[in-house]
Ligand binder design. Structure first.
Ligand code: 2HA
Ligand code: ZN
Length: 268
C-alpha cells in the first residue's frame, strides 16, 4: 500500500532524475510532514533506536521527515522505495533522530542530513514553519557557471535574473553562493543555512544547488527555473555573450507590475 505524501515524494525524485540532476547517488531530498500527513501514515511506523545528529535543531524537535537514503540513487526510489527512502523523527531534545519507516537493509538518511536539517531549522523560523522541503540537486548548468562567474551572490543573481523575465518573480531575493567546501559535514551545513536566512536558493560552487520551499512541487519548480536560467546563460555565453539584456529600470517595473520586492542589491 502506498500513501499520498510518500507518492508525492517518489514522483519528485523520479522527475528530478529525469531532468538529469541526479547521476548515480547524486543529490538528496527531505520533506517535513504535516501533522495530518503523520496521522495518515503513522500506521506504517516502527521506531528504531535513537542516533546522535552531531548538531541540535531547536525548531525541529519531534518533527517527522521523509528523506532519501545515503548512497541511494534517485533513479531507484520509484523502483524500490522502502530501501531507498525513509521516514525519520527528530528527538524531543533536537539532537537525535530515529528511523520510523523505510531505509531497509541497514540504510541510513542522506549524507547531507546536517545541511538539510540546518536549512530546515533556519527556514522554520524565517517562514513561520511554512517551508517544508529541501532539495539538493547536481544541476549541470549551475555547476558549469560556478567555473566562470565570480562566486558572488549579487552578480550570480543578476546574471540569472536576466536570462528569463519570470526569474526575479520566482526568486526575488536571489541566490547565495557557498565557496567550494567539503560536502557532508557541519561546516558546509552552517554556511548554507546562513544563506538560507536570506535566500531560498544556495549554490555550492563546483557541486550543485540547494532549494527550499513550501511544497514539493514549488521546490522542484524553483530548482527547475534556476537551472533553466543557467542553461540559457551557458548558451548565451557560448554564443559570444549578451548583445542586449533586461535593464535595472525594467526589473523595477516588473517588480511593481507583479507586486514583488526584488532584492535591491541586484538592481544596481
Ligand atoms: O551523493 O549529493 O552532496 C549525495 C550528494 C552529496
Ligand atoms: Zn551533492
Amino acid at each position: 500500500m502506498m500513501y499520498t505524501p510518500i507518492n508525492e515524494f517518489i514522483r519528485i525524485t523520479k522527475d528530478a532524475y529525469l531532468k538529469g540532476w541526479h547521476e548515480r547517488n547524486g543529490g538528496n531530498l527531505t520533506y517535513r510532514l504535516t501533522k495530518d500527513e503523520v496521522e495518515e501514515i503513522k500506521g506504517i511506523f516502527n521506531a528504531r533506536e535513537w542516533v546522535e545528529l552531531g548538531i541540535t535543531v531547536e525548531n525541529l524537535k519531534n518533527e517527522i521527515f521523509l528523506v532519501t537514503g545515503s548512497g541511494k540513487f534517485f533513479r531507484c526510489v520509484e523502483l524500490s522505495y522502502e530501501e531507498n527512502m525513509g521516514a525519520i523523527e527528530i528527538s524531543p531534545c533536537g539532537s537525535k533522530y530515529r528511523i520510523l519507516w523505510g531505509l531497509t537493509n541497514g540504510a541510513v538518511p542522506t549524507s547531507e542530513l546536517p545541511s538539510h536539517l540546518m536549512n530546515h531549522n533556519v527556514k522554520f523560523s524565517v517562514t513561520n514553519g511554512s517551508h517544508r522541503v529541501i532539495l539538493h540537486s547536481h544541476t549541470t548548468n549551475i555547476i558549469a557557471l560556478t567555473f566562470v562567474l565570480p562566486l558572488n551572490d549579487t552578480i550570480f543573481t543578476r546574471e540569472l535574473w536576466e536570462m528569463a523575465t519570470e526569474c526575479p518573480v520566482v526568486f526575488p531575493n536571489g541566490v547565495g553562493i557557498v565557496p567550494w567546501m567539503i560536502p557532508g559535514g557541519n561546516e558546509i551545513a552552517f554556511a548554507t543555512s546562513e544563506l538560507m536566512k536570506k535566500y531560498d536558493v544556495a549554490i555550492w560552487a563546483h557541486h550543485g544547488t540547494f532549494c527550499s520551499g513550501e511544497t514539493l512541487d514549488l521546490t522542484f519548480g524553483l530548482m527547475d527555473t534556476v537551472e533553466k536560467a543557467a542553461e540559457i546563460l551557458v548558451k548565451v555565453l557560448s554564443m559570444g555573450g549578451k548583445k542586449q539584456t533586461i535593464l535595472s529600470h525594467e526589473f523595477k517595473e516588473l517588480g511593481d507590475a507583479f507586486k514583488v520586492t526584488l532584492n535591491p542589491e541586484c538592481l544596481k
